[in-house]
Design a binder for this molecule. Structure first.
Ligand SMILES: NC(=O)N[C@@H](CC(=O)O)C(=O)O
Ligand SMILES: [Zn+2]
Ligand SMILES: [Zn+2]
Length: 431
């Protein structure tokens, strides 16, 4: 393997003369693992990585696959095909399906669907509360002991608002090194109608406001519960500078908390809402330019640990309504790396090693996925994303593997980095 590292970290391999001064390079794969050139033989596959950046397969902590229940919007097959096109080799599938993933049987069923129809590893997320109702704990222990080996629990879409239930969930998952991922939205401060960052724009547009305190307040409570219980908390889709401040405080105290930011919160602002286009309706809402800057800084310095897509496909008839009546959410798997390259890599706020950390190794570690997010080294599982750092394209929402078209990047000129994806030694996407 005539390849070399970037010098920025061993987890990223930059291959090829023009990037790293090395010669033309191949990656070798045998039996689903990276192989040594000395092993060359008929059963060894050769991946031409000349001139490209090789990243460990990306891991998404936050995907909505919509199966079971809303297969008109997305399925395991189409959602993981979109994941592969985006460079992902594993996705955590949120529990807000119909029925909810709140039992061992439901988690095992989804696991099996992933094994049968997936173009990426499907990791079922377990609900925290039965039917996401926020009242009784779901079967956390049974899900953890099931074939799905659930370690990541979330009522995402709903906030675990009851502090006592949140405390009990944290105490419970500690026994098996689980993590509770919170959709931080105080329902008394930001109810289901809240759909626009509360500020000058919400006033001008006459849209119900979603104040920053509704997020930061829940996170402030939850980091203290994580400290009290010495149990792992993960904060989903952080959207405000105030939440970043709380996370920085908590991490300074050594609280076991991790957090994610979505690509859309790294680039888009509340100003997108002026045309009342429901494509930009998402939870939590798009915020101010100051929030965007704080989120980027937090991702650079590690206050925010990971990028996660919150890929939230919706059928046309759920999205094409007046803004206040439309469903919350936007697709994101296929464009996530593009937006991270645009917002973080090109401005110099993150190197390729940082991309590998924030989009592969750290999310894999948070979810306790053994075979994902590993360094690109001989003997490791061949989960690989090949990237062309220079290529750009105009995003077309029709050019997708997803069943849904609620794509906020439609018509934008963005990087188009993903060249090929390999999952466990199998090609799952090639341009
Ligand atoms: N993000 C969204 O706006 N919607 C998500 C739920 C969620 O992540 O809260 C969905 O399931 O559609
Ligand atoms: Zn959410
Ligand atoms: Zn979500």
């Amino acid at each position: 393997m005539t390849s070399t590292t970037t010098g920025a970290g061993d987890d990223v391999l930059v291959v090829g003369a023009d990037l790293a001064g090395a010669g033309p390079a191949d990656l070798l794969i045998r039996d689903g693992r990276f192989a040594d050139p000395s092993e060359a033989g008929p059963d060894v596959r050769r991946v031409d990585a000349y001139g490209l950046v090789a990243l460990p397969g990306l891991v998404d902590l936050h995907t909505h696959l919509r199966e079971p229940g809303r297969e008109d919007a997305e399925t395991v097959a189409t959602g993981t095909a979109a994941a592969a096109r985006g460079g992902f080799t594993a996705v955590l599938a949120m529990a807000n399906t119909s029925p909810v993933t709140d039992t061992a049987e439901a988690a095992e069923h989804l696991l099996e669907a992933g094994r049968t129809h997936g173009s990426a590893q499907v990791v079922p997320v377990g609900a925290v509360s039965k039917d996401l109702a926020g009242e009784e704990l779901a079967e956390l222990g049974l899900m953890a002991r099931s074939a799905a080996r659930t370690r990541f629990f979330s009522d995402d879409g709903r906030c675990v608002a009851d502090g006592r239930l949140m405390r009990r969930a944290l105490e419970y998952v500690r026994a098996f090194d689980g993590v509770v991922a919170q959709h931080a939205q105080d329902p008394r401060l930001a109810g289901r109608e809240a759909c626009c960052d509360e500020g000058p724009v919400s006033g001008r547009l006459g849209l119900p406001g979603w104040p920053a305190v509704a997020e930061a307040g829940i996170v402030a409570r939850d980091v203290q519960l994580a400290e009290l219980t010495r149990s792992r908390l993960h904060v989903c889709h952080v959207s405000t500078a105030e939440t970043v401040d709380v996370l920085r405080w908590a991490k300074g105290r050594g609280v076991p908390v991790t957090a994610e930011v979505t690509p859309h919160h790294l680039l888009l602002t509340v100003d997108e809402l002026v045309g009342y286009d429901p494509t930009y309706k998402v939870n939590p809402p798009l915020r101010s330019a100051e929030d965007v800057a704080a989120l980027r800084d937090a991702l650079t310095d590690g206050t925010i640990d990971a990028v996660a897509t919150d890929h939230a496909p919706h059928a046309r008839h759920d999205k094409e309504h007046a803004f206040v009546d439309a469903a919350f959410g936007m697709v994101g798997l296929e464009t996530a790396l593009a937006v991270v390259v645009e917002t973080m890599v090109r401005p110099g706020a993150l190197g390729w090693s940082g991309v590998a950390t924030r989009m592969s190794s750290v999310p894999a570690h948070i979810a306790r996925l053994g075979g994902q997010g590993r360094p690109l080294a001989v003997g490791e599982p061949a989960n690989l994303t090949l990237v062309d750092p220079e290529r750009r394209a105009v995003v077309d929402r029709a050019d997708t593997a997803s069943l849904s078209r609620n794509n906020p990047w439609h018509g934008r000129d963005l990087p188009d980095p993903v060249v090929a994806t390999w999952w466990a030694g199998r090609p799952t996407y090639a341009r």
